[in-house]
Write a protein that binds this ligand. Structure first.
Ligand code: AMP
Length: 215
């Protein structure tokens, strides 16, 4: 399976990618998670991108594209495929991915469609594990004292989930990433999925859209 999942920040994209990755047993590649790990580890890339992520801006295309390409070359992805979460976010990235994948290309791009008022509410309530990236919210916290149920890490609010960065990130989705959605639509690769409702309802809609596309 070679799948791209698109959607506004707060559309539930990350959660759905985790569920899809478990269901189809395909690696989940989240550029946001990769960049945050680089920041945490203090790698040269991490030092470069830390401030950019904090203010909700986009990382230069060449840095993200190189990072994704290196991941796509790894054995598990070559054997099993991938679910790309957070990439491509610009048309230049989509073109670079198309070139990289060559003829076998992409099976499908899924866009989760959620009204922006709802995404703002979800993002301000979102909390994440600073170690494994598991997603919680103020309405659905971990069982014990903001400690991750899965790995025991500290559950916190992301720096870029504060109001000013959220507005900036949502505006960038409209100017930079909606053209990517249209780009996939033109290539007849796009499935637009209603992203409201329960996690399992959204998952079922995506699985239905993938029927016949993946085994
Ligand atoms: P996310 O977790 O997908 O919301 O990504 C968090 C932040 O990482 C974004 O706001 C960007 O600063 C950066 N980022 C992640 N993926 C990309 C990408 N494909 N292109 C540029 N910046 C990215």
């Amino acid at each position: 399976m070679r799948l791209v999942v698109l959607g506004r920040q707060g559309s539930g994209k990350g959660t759905q990618c985790v569920l899809l990755s478990r269901y189809y047993a395909v690696p989940h590649i989240s550029t946001g998670d990769m960049l945050r790990s680089a920041v945490k580890a203090g790698t040269p890339i991490g030092l470069k991108v830390r401030e950019i992520i904090g203010r909700g801006a986009l990382i230069p295309d060449d840095i993200v594209t190189d990072m994704v390409f290196n991941r796509l070359m790894e054995g598990d992805v070559r054997n099993l495929g991938f679910i790309l979460d957070g990439f491509p976010r610009t048309v230049a990235q989509a073109e670079a991915l198309e070139q990289m994948l060559g003829e076998s290309g992409l099976d499908r791009a899924v866009e989760l469609d959620v009204p922006s008022e709802l995404t703002i509410r979800r993002l301000t309530a979102r909390r994440v594990c600073s170690d494994c990236g598991a997603i919680y919210s103020t309405h659905k916290p971990p069982k014990f004292n903001w400690t991750c149920d899965i790995c025991g890490g500290e559950v916190v609010q992301r720096d870029d989930d504060r109001e000013e960065s959220i507005r900036k990130r949502l505006a960038l989705y409209d100017t930079e990433t909606l053209p990517v959605v249209q780009w996939y639509e033109k290539r007849s690769l796009l499935s637009r999925i209603t992203g409201t409702g329960s996690q399992s309802a959204v998952l079922k809609r995506i699985q239905k859209a993938l029927t016949g596309v993946v085994p």
